[in-house]
Design a protein around this ligand. Structure first.
Ligand code: ATP
Length: 217
């Protein structure tokens, strides 16, 4: 089946990296096959959803056999472009940004933060976790030179929109926004928003108002 023919629903696509990470671990431990029940337990997605997701990839699990780990892995690698390294820029080398620079994304993904930007003179010129930090004045030129299409935003919320406007003018196609700001971008740009404070608050709210009963566990 060629990649062009496969149209995966967005909800399924979002679970791919999760499946991929788990299958990679299975593969390194020498496992050849896995059941949807095992997968379900490990990635915390119900097995009916897993079976439906996998049917989109042409992976039909056999009863009593499960799924072929190698087949799934090579499918995911191609679909997630794991054979190709995606270079990422990080903007805002504060506490969160610095943690990301020190985190080795390559362990689980084929993405790498290649370059970082800040306006603080004490941070510009530093190299953190192998990543050089440049001044924002150079962002357009450097992004163009390094051919980078994905950016992580870890700046204060107040400056997120003007920075995004500059990114839109460059070749950036996707932004992972860690600021609480809701960003306006043209349709051709994809934004994924992760607001850690909201996520934490929502977890606390759910724990309080929707306590998990014993049977659900
Ligand atoms: P720190 O304690 O290092 O200031 P922080 O995460 O608490 O980190 P924030 O105020 O959220 O600090 O800022 C995050 C980073 O964004 C800082 O390194 C700051 O210098 C940088 N920053 C602020 N304004 C801009 C801007 N316009 N462009 C790029 N980076 C910026």
């Amino acid at each position: 089946m060629s990649q062009e023919q496969i149209k995966i629903p967005q909800a399924t696509a979002k679970r791919l990296p999760l499946y991929y990470r788990f299958l990679k671990n299975l593969h390194s431990s020498g496992k050849q096959r896995v059941s949807s029940a095992e997968l379900s337990e490990a990635v915390k997605v119900d097995s009916a959803t897993i079976r439906r997701d996998f049917s989109y990839f042409g992976a039909l699990g056999k009863k009593g056999y499960g799924y072929n780990v190698n087949y799934l892995l090579s499918f995911f690698r191609k679909t997630l472009d794991q054979d190709e390294l995606t270079k990422v820029a990080l903007i805002g080398v504060g506490n969160l940004g610095t943690a990301f620079l020190n985190y080795n994304f390559l362990k689980n993904n084929n993405t790498k933060i290649e370059i970082a930007f800040d306006v603080d003179e004490h941070k510009v010129g530093n190299v953190i976790g192998d990543v050089p930090v440049y001044h924002m004045d150079q962002i357009e030129e450097r992004l163009h030179e390094a051919n980078i299409s994905v950016a992580i935003l870890t700046v204060p919320a107040t400056v997120a929109q003007p920075i995004t406007d500059r990114l839109v003018q460059s070749k950036i196609k996707g932004i992972l926004n860690f600021t609480p700001a809701r960003l306006n971008v043209p349709q051709k740009i994809r934004i994924h928003h992760i607001d850690l404070a909201v996520e934490l608050q929502s977890l606390v709210y759910f724990l309080k108002h929707y306590p998990i009963t014993e049977e659900e566990e």
